[in-house]
Design a protein around this ligand. Structure first.
Ligand code: TXA
Ligand code: MG
Length: 328
């Protein structure tokens, strides 16, 4: 059985126990403000290798290093540009990951052999206390099998990764619900690799110029974060994105219909789920909802396309990927 321990806050003794496991090269899942992370000592290549095998993650997909403060980040990069300084001052700790040229301290496996490293200082007090207790950066992808839904509860971690994790710290439901915004600062111009809780407009207010993220385009046309395979973040149920009220004519099996703002008339037997017209609230609840519908055994989830507009960028991105057909 995977061990699961409740953690009440940053002073909880379970954090010391978790830190001891990490220092010894083990895997500990822990809460962040976005989703649960699957943590390992980020400077120990063997420990990081265990993350890849636990997740079934391709070796070409690098992992984020989590640090407790700016000094921790600076030790891992060969440059700390003014843009990084400004953004870290404004958004750290918080759901913003910065990609920068890596220093020699960063093991190759963390970078998937590339020249850059992704860094994030999480806002969750338990995550920060854990990084400080270990005294090293923590490599931590989302704590789910590769391409599956990210975990917003400790139980999701257990059901997705099972025995592969030495300890799961249960800090309750995560707050932001969607993974961090990833901004690449290693090129000539700042570029968003993954939309997230911090929007392009917010980033532009701090650093001015940046390349915005334009949506999923044909595979191979543009370079996303390596992990942004077209199909990703998927529930077990078949997820279809539809225009309002469509997609329900040929219903068979158990079907849930998810609408925004109000629900259209639904055929008998279709379970209606109403989400508010508030991108932030939907972002917070999205993964938890998809997990719940999976657990309830729905074979199909028919979901309205979310509204247009920048506030909905991250939600639209995750839903497009979750509904994409199996990658070829
Ligand atoms: O909110 C989050 O970011 C969560 C929590 C646990 O911190 N973590 C997370 O990690 O979402 P993961 O591994 O599921 O997603 C990280 C993404 C992947 O798409 C990966 O390809 C990309 O970050 N990434 C990591 N290192 C990179 C690098 N050096 N350059 C470009 N992309 C990178
Ligand atoms: Mg992930």
């Amino acid at each position: 059985m995977t061990r699961l321990l409740k953690v009440s806050g940053p002073d909880d003794r379970t954090i010391l126990e978790a830190a001891a496991i990490l220092v010894a090269g083990g895997l500990v899942a822990f809460p962040t403000e976005t989703v649960y992370g699957l943590g390992a000592d980020g400077l120990n290549p063997e420990a990081v290798a265990r993350i890849y095998s636990a997740k079934g993650r391709p070796a070409t997909n690098p992992v984020i290093l989590h640090v407790a403060d700016v000094a921790g980040a600076q030790a891992l990069v060969s440059e700390w540009p003014e843009t990084a300084r400004l953004l870290a001052e404004r958004y750290w700790p918080g759901p913003l990951t910065l990609v920068l040229p890596a220093s020699e301290a960063v093991p190759s496996i963390v970078r998937a052999g590339g020249p850059t490293v992704a860094l994030r200082c999480p806002a969750h007090p338990v995550a920060l206390a854990l990084i400080r207790a270990v005294g090293r950066p923590l490599a931590a992808p989302s704590a789910n099998r590769s391409q599956h839904l990210s975990p917003s509860l400790a139980l999701h971690v257990v059901s997705s990764l099972g025995q592969a994790v030495d300890l799961v710290l249960d800090g309750g439901a995560t707050e932001a619900g969607l993974e961090s915004t990833i901004l690449d600062l290693s090129g000539a111009r700042p570029r968003i690799l993954r939309p997230g809780p911090i929007t392009p407009a917010e980033l532009a207010r701090t650093i001015g110029d940046l390349e915005t993220w334009e949506g999923v385009v044909e595979a191979g046309q543009r370079q996303d974060a390596p992990g942004m395979a077209e199909r990703h973040y998927s529930p077990q149920a078949r997820l279809e994105l539809v225009d309002r009220g469509k997609g329900l004519s040929a219903t068979s099996g158990t079907v849930a219909y998810v609408g925004f703002g109000t629900l259209p008339a639904l055929p008998i037997g279709v379970r209606g789920v109403l989400l508010p017209l508030d991108a932030e609230v939907v972002g917070t609840r999205l993964y938890a909802l998809l997990h719940e519908l999976d657990d309830a055994g729905f074979a199909r989830i028919v979901m309205e396309r979310p509204p247009e507009g920048e506030a909905w960028l991250a939600v639209r991105d995750r839903l497009q990927r979750a509904s994409a057909k199996e990658r070829v």
